[in-house]
Design a protein around this ligand. Structure first.
Ligand code: FES
Length: 87
């Protein structure tokens, strides 16, 4: 959790992640269920430095409270946010 008590959501829109599907994650902030929206701190990045060493994991990458999600989809990310908030 962030110091603010919020779950941090780090999105990557670097070239690798973008071409691998991060473009579909651009809307994610508006897709966070209303009851969770003010509990999530969203940040966009130009590279999370995960694509360079991604032997076993695939872009696009997202971090939810520091936990790396590879091959991130809207569904995966929303699920991770929900489970972080609900413990
Ligand atoms: S472009 Fe996304 S981790 Fe590098």
């Amino acid at each position: 959790m962030e110091e603010s008590g919020k779950v941090s959501l780090d999105l990557c829109f670097g070239t690798t992640c973008f071409v691998m599907g991060a473009s579909k994650l651009q809307e994610i902030e508006s897709l966070i269920p209303p009851q969770y929206r003010d509990k999530v701190e969203v940040k966009a990045h130009t590279c999370l430095d995960l694509c360079k060493n991604a032997t076993y994991m695939k872009a696009p990458f997202v971090k939810v409270d520091g936990e790396i999600i590879s091959e991130a989809t809207v569904e995966k990310v929303l699920k991770a946010i929900e489970s972080k908030i609900n413990g």
